[in-house]
Each structure stands twice: as C-alpha cells, then as structure tokens.
Design a protein around this ligand. Structure first.
Ligand code: SF4
Ligand code: SF4
Ligand code: SF4
Length: 583
C-alpha cells in the first residue's frame, strides 16, 4: 500500500495515497462537515460545507474532492471556516421551506442538524422558495422537490449505483430542480422503487410513503386479526434507531414490541425465507437435472430487481426463478395454512410486513399472483424507519423489553433464513439445501465463505460431490449488467452458460442497506449489519432451510412437496415485459 504523510491541524497522519482529506481528518478523529458528499458516491463538491485551508496558502480546498498529498498541512476548523460554513447553511436555508415540524426528516435531517450546530437563528438572505408539487405517484416513495438542496446524491445513486436513470436535474441556476426523468410522474419513469434515493437524501425531499396510520387503525379495529412478519435485515438495523450499534440483533425485542403494539400473532419472514429456499432450490435442481428451464437460474426475491429486469432485460425473464419473495410467500401461507390451522376466517386477517425496503410497498400489489390466497396476501408494508417511529410514538421503551419468541406454526427459522438479508446470503442458503437435494447428504461445513463479501460482483465454483456448481452474485443494480452480458454472449456464441445460479439484490450490500433502513448506510455500517446476520445464523441450532421443523410440517400437512400444484399456486409467480417509460 502506497502511503503519504501529512498533517491535519498540526497532527501527523499517515494515510493511503488516493484518499481524500475527509478520510485523513477522520484518522485523527476530526469530522469535517459535509452535505453533498456521501461515502457511497463519487465526490461532487457541490455544497461547499467541507472547505478546508492549506497551511501557508491562500487556497481553500474541498476536503471531499481534494486528494491527500505528501507533506500537505491542512487546517479543518478556524473562525473563518466556521463563518464560511455557516454562510453556506444560511444560503441553502434561503431557498428551503421552513417546515421542519411537519417534515418527514424532522429529527434526522442533516441540514436541520447543521443549522442547530452552527446556531443559525435568523435568515440574513432574501428568501426565494420554489413552490413545487409533491410527487405521490408511486406506492413506495414521495418526492418533495421544494425541499431539494441540489446536493446531487439522489441523481448519483440512481444513475451510477442503480443504473436506472429515473432521476435527473432539470433547469439552470436558481431554477435547477431534481425531477423524475423526462418530467414524468415518478411512477411512469424507469424508477424501480428501490428507495436508495431516499436513503441517501440528506433532507426531506425524498422519503418513504408513511403508512403508520394504517397500522394503528388496523390494530384498533376489533374485527381484524392482525398478523405480522419481520424481514431478516430489520433485526440487525432497527436497534440503530434506539442508539444501539449497527448489527445488534434485536429479534426478541421486536417480537415483544409487536405484541405491545397489539398484534394477534408475530411470525417471521425468515420462516418464509426457508420456504423460498425449498422452492427455489428445488427449482434449480430440477432445471439442472432435467434440462427443462433456463440456466442460469436467477433469484427473484428482490422486487426492485424483478422490476428492473422486466424493464431492461426482458430476454432474461425465462432465467428468473418463479419462486415469490419470502414476504409474499409468508403472506400467502398466513391467509391459507395458518388461517386453516387456527380456524380463523382469512377475510379477517390483516397481514403486516416490517421490511427494510420501499420496493416491498410496491410488490404487494404488483399483479394478481400477490393475491394467491384469495385476498391481499400482504395488506401493509412498513419500513424499518416507520417501525422505529411507531414504537417510539407508542410509548414503548424498546431497550428495556425482554426478548420473546415468535409464534408457531410459521415463525421458526433456520440460520439460512436469516442470512437472506445480505448479499450472497440467498446463494449460501440455497447451496446448503441444494447440496442436500442433489446428494441426499448435508454439507459438513455449512459456511460457504466463497460467496461472502462486499465486492459488487462475485463468482465462484461450489463442488457438489464432483458436480461443479458455478455461481455468481451481484448487488447494487448497476453491477448486474456485466453478468447478464456474459450470459447473452455465451448464448449468442452457442456456448455453455457461464453460471448455473445467480443472486441479484438491487441495494448495495443487499437488504441490510435497503431503501427503508435507518439512515447513514455506509460500507462500515453494512459490514456490521451483515456480521450481525451471520452471528444470528451461527447461533441457530438449525442452519439449513430443509431442516426447519416448521417447514417440514408445512409440507407434510399442507403443501405436499416443493413445486407441488398447491405450492405453485401459492408460492410462485410469473414475469412480464414492462415499458421503461409508461408514456
Ligand atoms: S427509488 Fe431507486 S430507481 Fe427510483 S428514483 Fe430512487 S434510486 Fe432511482
Ligand atoms: S432530492 Fe435530496 S438527494 Fe436529491 S438532490 Fe435534492 S437534496 Fe440532494
Ligand atoms: S435488495 Fe432488499 S431492500 Fe433492496 S430493493 Fe431488493 S429486496 Fe428491497
């Protein structure tokens, strides 16, 4: 590693060449304020908050974009820099609606925090606020362009990290504004509802559709039997909203909180993640052994990814697993198997899913297969952020809750189910069960290290008793194209497919940093949440989906076998070509 030696406020720092000054300051525990900069994204140097001085030079540098250099000496904080930064905030506030109390980001807004920290008490500049309508066209996220501070994060994340190009800047100068592509309603744009723009926006200009009121009303209706499920990634991130470190496993407290909120049953999406593996793993083995069905098989549990593929890579539709996502399987099983076993009229069941994901709000209504039970399989999706607000607004002291267990018969999960929440986890869970399905034996070591990690595209070969299973993983939507192009090229050349099984997750790191998770997802936070999921996996007495006793019971009592007619009806779906632009 090439390093350079420099000084920050007189303190010596040794740091990797190519780093920026922000990183050098961090090494000596100095935080330089930033607004437009986000560690996931290339520096854009738009806002001016991170200006620093080079000692003995009149130059002001932008710490996000300026690279470290040998012998550089930087001053990060003094009276002049304080005033520059305060002026930047005051200038932004002159074009920003003064609506903090009714804003979706009240309490979590980065601009609000800086205004407080820099003691902004009045508005010295002429106020010029654009009165622009909100875009509520999707069922997932809301755009409020009046609040946009033009930092560029959403456009960068949508275009560069997600490869979607649903957002852009239009207009010039003072009239510049963030807008869906071609000025369409967001729902008619190429948007895949991943919510990464909302997770990266520093202010309240993009946020999840808030449906907490629907939950409260549903629980308050005595005719409803409210049943809940929580996704894998929620349990290792929710704690951050209560000042616990990222990656803290709070599953037992979440179950307890849901009961305090008044729900009738607390189930777990991890159960259905195991069910997904049974169906998806069986489908893979069937494709490999019978030659019927396209290889590679590609995972389909991420609704933003399926939406993307249906718009951008329609030739890949036959490659998709027909297995529904764990959330939708859980919903269908809740209103059929559980209802039947409990003797409850499914029409009275109100099914709520707590998800890390804004796209899940879209998924519950994506087509008729989402009503396989004869009802809405899932009635409501709350993101992790909404759930945290709900717990706080309900007066529940989350940290003091004693751990509780999930309810039977669709609440137990194997370690394989919990690692669905991170990139590579679905693949690892599938390998654990596919190995059993192909050989009749269990893997001696279920830790499939070859598929773990945070690189955007990974591939490997798994030895299944002499059969070489070629697998690949992509996360962050823009990373998938290289894999799909490889498949296309092999097809065009009449060659063997380069892979047998591919896992794709739209969000960087997988669902652990989904668009509905607590703010401030960075690779460090992602790594901590992922470590939490693997700890949950390692602590599980059952590590493989096919060993989950409640899954075995479900097949014995109700579904028959994986890929049975009943399983197909309830647990599988189809895909269809969709226009990139609706109009
Ligand atoms: S939800 Fe995703 S695809 Fe849609 S605008 Fe935001 S980042 Fe782009
Ligand atoms: S909408 Fe948010 S993320 Fe996008 S440019 Fe405006 S302030 Fe930045
Ligand atoms: S990766 Fe997970 S959180 Fe992100 S869009 Fe897909 S399902 Fe949702």
């Amino acid at each position: 590693m090439n390093t350079v030696h420099m000084k920050i406020n007189g303190m010596p720092v040794e740091i990797e060449a190519g780093s920026n000054i922000l990183a050098a300051a961090k090494k000596v525990n100095i935080n330089i304020p930033t607004l437009c900069y986000h560690p996931d994204l290339p520096a854009w140097a738009a806002c001016g908050m991170c200006v620093v001085k080079q000692e003995n030079s009149p130059k002001l540098l932008r710490a996000c974009a300026a690279p470290v250099q040998e012998n550089l000496s930087i001053i990060t904080h003094d009276a002049e820099l304080y005033q520059i930064r305060k002026t930047v905030i005051e200038m932004i506030l002159s074009t920003h609606p003064n609506e903090c109390l009714t804003c979706a980001r009240n309490g979590t807004c980065e601009l609000q925090r800086f205004a407080a920290e820099f003691g902004v008490r009045h508005q010295p500049y002429e106020v010029r606020i654009m009165d622009l309508p909100k875009d509520t066209s999707t069922t997932s996220i809301v755009l409020d362009p009046s609040k946009c501070i033009k930092c560029g994060r959403c456009v960068q994340v949508c275009q560069d990290q997600q490869g979607v190009f649903a957002l852009e800047f239009i207009g010039r100068g003072d009239l510049t504004m963030m807008s869906p592509a071609a000025c369409l309603p967001l729902n008619d744009s190429p948007c895949i509802k991943c919510g990464q723009c909302s997770a990266h926006c520093p202010v309240g200009a993009i946020y999840e559709k808030d449906e907490i009121g629907d939950f409260v009303r549903a629980v308050g209706n005595p005719k409803n039997h409210v049943v809940t499920q929580i996704a894998p990634a929620v349990r290792v991130a929710l704690g951050e909203a209560f000042n616990l470190p990222a990656g803290t496993i709070t599953t037992g407290k979440i179950y307890a909180a849901l009961r305090r909120l008044g729900v009738a049953k607390v189930f777990d999406t991890n159960f259905a993640a195991d069910l997904t593996i049974m169906e998806e793993g069986s489908e893979l083995v069937k494709r490999l052994t019978t030659g019927v069905g396209a290889i590679p098989q590609i995972t389909s549990c991420c609704p933003a990814w399926t939406d993307y593929m249906e718009k951008y890579y329609t030739d890949m539709i036959p490659h998709f697993s027909t297995a529904k996502s764990p959330m939708m399987m859980q919903g269908a099983i809740t209103k059929t198997y559980y209802a039947e076993k409990a003797g409850i009229d499914p029409a009275t069941i109100y099914s709520v899913a707590i998800m890390p994901c804004t796209a899940k709000k879209y998924e519950i209504g994506r087509d008729e297969h989402m009503h396989a039970s004869g009802f809405n399989d899932v009635d409501l999706v709350l993101t992790t952020r909404e759930f945290a607000r709900l717990i706080k607004a309900s007066g529940i002291d989350f940290l003091s809750l004693q751990d509780e267990e999930a309810d039977s018969p669709i609440g137990a999960y194997a370690g394989a189910g919990t690692i669905f929440g991170n990139t590579g986890g679905v693949m690892e869970a599938a390998i654990r069960t596919a190995y059993n399905l192909m050989t009749g034996e269990d893997l001696k070591d279920v830790n499939v290290e070859a598929v773990r990690g945070l690189e955007g595209v990974r591939s490997g070969v798994v030895d299944v008793k002499g059969t070489k299973l070629k697998v690949a993983i992509a996360h962050g939507m823009a990373n998938v194209s290289s894999l799909l192009e490889e498949i296309r090229e092999a097809k065009a050349a009449g060659k063997e497919p380069p892979y047998h099984f591919i896992e794709v997750m739209a969000c960087r790191g997988g669902c652990v940093s989904g668009g509905g998770q607590p703010y401030a997802s960075t690779d460090d936070v992602r790594a901590q949440r992922i470590a939490g999921l693997y700890t949950d996996d390692e602590r599980s007495t059952v590590r493989c989906s096919h060993q989950n006793p409640e899954i075995q019971q479900l097949y014995a009592d109700y579904l028959g076998a994986p890929l049975s007619e009943k399983a197909h009806h309830l647990l599988h779906t189809t895909y269809t070509e969709r226009p990139i632009y609706k109009k």
